[in-house]
Ligand binder design. Structure first.
Ligand code: HAX
Length: 432
């Protein structure tokens, strides 16, 4: 069934479910909060609802009940439907969604004017977030809100904005790549192709085997969502809770994804891998990787691509990318280095964590690779070597999760986000 109709069918059921859950469990506790958590980035505090996906510390990403690797064959637009509705689309629904996206794919001329006017050394993430923000004038949600639509209707124009944004994003992101790196004019959207293949084609990377297109579909699928509390989703959620439209909310969320402890880690990680290769003149040995890892840690820096705020096992997204690498580019020296780093870095982090604890510092909670540890090597292999751009690819994908959460939050009337802060003085005076 077409996405819009499926949501129309499901939303009344979800509204009822929310009412029932609140009346049954509304006064029960789901978390206690310690002073350390309040000082420590609210880590582990259960304080919001997100139904699109969950991240289990020992399993990783589960999308609407499906562990990621069990649905890795889904195309990104199919996963968008799944995130929003809880069901996989049939062929017809996928085709309608692809057409909906294609019909909304034209990048407005003023976006190119703004992007071309930006300084040449602008970070691609700054360009992307700016491009999205200047399109805010097109928001159907804002237009309808100004006209005075009912609260129960909020989700409909939010979905329209979501489709517009997803339709335009591959073209905007790919065109921006071509402008930023002087690759030529933007390539137009090809309405005969799926969403992911379009992005691959519009980047303009030579792809005689079709494997780069395969990688881009997988990349867009794997990065689609990671429950509600991560920096980008949480930021988008908070901005959207003020009833800001999708352009404001997503642009804000992606500003958070641009940080090195979040989505920028993929750029940072490939940078670290290439630095190791440069230092040792090619694919380094395990001993050389160990030496460089300790050197990085003892200089007070993080090893990008390792560790996670929630996960306590190897990220299944890393596993999926690693399997892709082994299937299609096993002999690539950068991929081989990433694979070797995977053999060594968790052991180094474990040893370093012990050193930290002996010195009175907090342990490192997770030694395993996250999504950003391996994806860059795959892109690099196919000639997408400008790694400052990698977080943009992540963003095009993650927008699906942020938008799904926005549509559902407006459908369910999720209120303004406003947690209570306390002062250090208050803690000292009030906690026994
Ligand atoms: N290298 C070095 N030190 C690390 C580390 C790593 N990979 N991972 C954690 N630590 C350190 C932390 O910096 C922290 O040190 P301080 O107490 O001195 O500040 C200490 O170990 C405890 O941190 P933690 O409890 O293990 O982890 P957090 O929940 O605080 O942070 C991070 C999680 C992802 C930010 C962290 O593991 C990190 O900085 N990793 C490297 C950057 C990275 O890969 N980020 C991407 C994460 C996935 C993602 O969001 N992608 O978009």
């Amino acid at each position: 069934m077409k996405l819009q109709d499926k949501l129309k069918e499901m939303i009344p059921t979800w509204r009822e479910e929310k009412k029932e859950v609140l009346s049954t469990y509304g006064k029960k506790k789901i978390a206690d909060v310690t002073v350390a958590q309040a000082f420590g980035g609210m880590r582990g505090i259960k304080g919001m609802i997100c139904d699109t996906s969950v991240v289990e510390p020992n399993k990783g990403l589960i999308i609407r009940g499906h562990p990621l690797l069990t649905i890795k064959e889904l195309w990104p637009e199919e996963v968008f439907y799944l995130l929003l509705t809880g069901e996989k689309p049939d062929k017809e629904a996928t085709a309608v969604l692809q057409k909906d996206l294609a019909d909304r794919s034209e990048v407005p001329g003023y976006v190119w004017d703004v992007l071309k006017a930006m300084p040449e050394d602008s970070h691609p993430m700054c360009m992307l977030d700016t491009g999205i923000l200047v399109m805010e004038r097109e928001s159907e949600y804002r237009r309808r809100y100004t006209e005075g639509m009912r609260k129960t209707e909020y989700w409909e124009p939010m979905l329209e904005d979501a489709l517009r944004l997803l339709g335009v994003l591959p073209g905007m992101a790919a065109g921006m790549y071509r402008i930023r790196y002087k690759k030529g004019d933007p390539v137009p959207y090809d309405k005969s192709l799926d969403w992911g293949a379009n992005y691959a084609k519009m980047l303009g990377i030579n792809d005689p085997t079709g494997n780069f297109t395969r990688l881009i579909r997988l990349y867009l699928m794997f990065h689609c969502d990671h429950e509600g509390g991560n920096v980008s989703a949480n930021t988008c959620h908070t901005v959207g809770s003020a009833l800001s439209d999708a352009f404001y909310s997503v642009s804000a969320g992606l500003n958070g994804l641009s940080g090195p402890l979040h989505g920028l880690a993929n750029q940072e990680c490939l940078g670290w891998v290439l630095e190791v290769m440069d230092k040792f003149g090619g694919t380094p040995s395990e001993e050389q990787i160990e030496e460089m890892a300790f050197e990085t840690l003892r200089a007070g820096k993080v090893i990008p691509g390792y560790g996670h705020a929630v996960l306590r096992v190897t990220d299944p997204r890393f596993t999926g990318f690693n399997e892709f690498g082994k299937q299609y580019l096993a002999d690539d020296p950068v991929f081989m280095t990433v694979d070797r780093v995977f053999n060594i870095v968790p052991k180094v982090l474990k040893a370093f964590s012990k050193e930290r604890v002996d010195a009175g510092k907090a342990p490192i909670a997770n030694f395993w690779p996250n999504v950003d540890a391996g994806s860059g090597a795959l892109l690099y292999h196919y000639g997408l070597t400008e790694f400052q751009y990698y977080t943009v690819l992540f963003s095009v994908s993650r927008t699906m999760g942020m938008l799904s959460q926005l549509v559902l939050n407006r459908a369910l009337g999720t209120p303004l986000t406003r947690p209570k802060s306390v002062s250090t003085k208050w803690v000292k005076e009030n906690i026994q």
